[in-house]
Design a protein around this ligand. Structure first.
Ligand SMILES: Cc1cc2nc3c(=O)[nH]c(=O)nc-3n(C[C@H](O)[C@H](O)[C@H](O)COP(=O)(O)O)c2cc1C
Length: 173
């Protein structure tokens, strides 16, 4: 009986929490959200992957470290992107961290799809053990294998465990 009462209480608390969340989502503050989003700081990255020996990459601003042991990184990738298809298939990706001189890479990788052009044509890179390309013109590269993902509608949040890294700029300091 006690267990039953506990279960009913827990369900009631859960429902109230969910209801509470829904009410917050329905609040009319779209403009405020758009404005506040502009205050979030981002970096600039190139996320690359491989599928059946073919490589591709795209610009990204959403890369962040989640855990330290093991080291994991999260990336948010639009499902329409060719890079998404490659990551989904091979379960590996690399992250190139750009410096201010890397803006040409954003132009190359961020405004057209690998479906229409070979974006690595004329770009210097090494090939990681995973098969994913590592951009030489970057502050550092990370090689990752996908250990988790979350479907977020238009995007997938991929969690990658870092299996190796190349801290290029730091090496020369
Ligand atoms: C500065 C910048 C940041 C971007 N950040 C992301 C991102 O975090 N996630 C994403 O899915 N697309 C992002 N994009 C868009 C992709 O880079 C773009 O759609 C690309 O053409 C996809 O290429 P693909 O089809 O070859 O994978 C960004 C573009 C730019 C210019």
């Amino acid at each position: 009986m006690l267990i039953l009462i506990k279960r009913v209480m827990l369900r009631a608390i859960k429902e109230e929490l969910i209801l509470g969340t829904n009410e917050i989502q329905l609040a009319n503050c779209k403009d405020e959200i758009s404005k506040a989003l502009r205050s979030i700081s981002y970096g600039l990255f190139i996320i690359s992957s491989v599928k059946d020996g073919k490589i591709n990459g795209q610009a990204a601003n959403t890369v962040f470290q989640i855990t330290s042991d093991p080291v994991t990184l999260a990336i948010g990738i639009n499902k329409n992107n060719l890079t998404h298809e490659y990551i989904n298939s091979s379960k590996v990706f690399s992250v190139g961290v750009l410096n201010t001189e890397g803006l040409f890479l954003v132009r190359n990788f961020g405004f057209r799809s690998g479906r229409d052009a070979d974006k690595f044509d004329g770009i210097e890179y090494e090939t990681a053990e995973t098969g994913a390309p590592l951009l030489k013109d970057s502050l550092a590269s990370f090689e990752c294998k996908v250990v988790g993902s979350m479907d977020l509608g238009t995007h997938t949040l991929f969690i990658g465990e870092v299996i190796c890294a190349q801290p290029r700029e730091l090496e020369s300091q």
